[in-house]
Design a protein around this ligand. Structure first.
Ligand code: SF4
Length: 339
């Protein structure tokens, strides 16, 4: 996984770290995915159709947590392309959060007061079928080091901004040399206090949390928050728990956000088990998002009334500190909207 700006720099580098090799060998063919998981040929036409719209990508480390020959496995449903993705649903669009309206500099999105989002990598370690950025124009928003200068200047000129959020794609799909450089530039901006990283990589490939990552993350002066993205307790195996332990030892506060997804985690017991398992891994539940209406993902939607009922019942099962906040992101609003 190489971001454009680093292709030249990496020419004479040492062999790739383990996580990059795992990423390079991820399954990117729907036929192979169905074969490896023992799915019948009947799934293949739909998988090929969905793959044409948003390509499949599943690394082995994630695949190993999916049950064999089980089409309704909650992890499989997150990654298996379906013919349903070709259905046009009213209100489902390519840019559901209207992010195109909030890009004052290349690679930078500024929607909320006090914080900005930096697209630190156009790549992901997994392609989640419900992703609200499945149509995002990453090629227009993947700055080289020289091109980051506009975004950095924007931050220098905005003393009210105290938090930089690394996003993507998945920001940890960028290599550590690039990330250490970017965070080093952010550290020089005196009014920045916090670095927040939204990532799925420690869950998808736990080996991503290696010494190279911990080196720059553990030494930055910025306060560090990592928001993981876990939708189901089955995603949290021992390797994920160990990765979270390493992150916490580096001084990172760990939170989780989930998306409420039809057929994956739309039951009270499933969400309660997820919160319990997150806490065992040292992660606090943060948000439970309702689905953003992105084209191709309507089959995952859980209506607001049902979502509220699920969360009301969930409250009866969990202590308050394990309750995620049910929210929707509404374009133009000053913050996430509680439901
Ligand atoms: S890892 Fe995040 S950004 Fe990447 S496809 Fe999944 S949800 Fe989307």
């Amino acid at each position: 996984m190489i971001v454009a700006s680093d292709k030249h720099e990496r020419f004479n580098e040492a062999p790739s770290p383990t996580w990059q090799r795992q990423l390079s060998s991820a399954i990117r063919d729907p036929h192979e995915l169905c074969q490896r998981l023992g799915l019948s040929e009947a799934w293949l036409p739909g998988a090929r159709k969905g793959h044409q719209l948003f390509e499949v990508c599943v690394p082995d480390a994630y695949l190993s947590r999916i049950a064999h020959a089980t089409p309704d496995d909650p992890l499989l449903r997150q990654v298996l392309p379906l013919g349903d993705e070709a259905v046009s649903a009213i209100g489902y669009v390519t840019d559901p959060l209207e992010e195109a309206e909030h890009r004052p500099a290349r690679g930078l999105i500024h929607k909320y007061a006090g914080r900005v989002l930096l697209i630190a990598s156009p790549n992901c370690a997994i392609n989640c079928r419900y992703c609200f950025r499945r149509h995002f124009p990453y090629s227009d928003n993947s700055p080289s080091r020289a091109e980051w200068q506009d975004a950095l200047q924007y931050l220098r000129d905005a003393p009210s901004i105290h938090e930089a959020i690394l996003s993507g794609g998945d920001p940890l799909a960028a290599n550590d040399r690039q990330l250490a450089w970017l965070v080093g530039e952010l550290e020089k901006i005196p009014h920045l206090k916090r670095l927040r990283i939204h990532t799925r990589l420690p869950v998808v490939i736990p080996d991503r949390v290696d010494s190279a990552l911990l080196d720059w993350l553990g030494t930055t002066r910025l306060q560090k928050v990592m928001v993981l993205h876990i939708n189901h307790a089955n995603e949290i195996d021992q390797a994920v728990i160990d990765a979270c332990t390493r992150l916490k030892a580096a001084g990172v506060t760990l939170l989780n956000q989930s998306v409420l997804l039809r057929g994956i985690n739309d039951e009270v017991e499933t969400l309660a088990t997820l919160s319990e398992r997150l806490f065992e891994a040292g992660v606090l539940p943060y948000y439970l998002h309702v689905l953003d209406p992105v084209q191709g993902a309507a089959h995952f939607d859980v209506p607001d009334d049902e979502a509220r009922t699920i969360v009301t019942q969930l409250r009866e099962h969990l202590p308050g500190f394990l309750m995620p906040r049910l929210v929707r992101e509404v374009p133009g609003e000053a913050s996430k909207t509680p439901l």
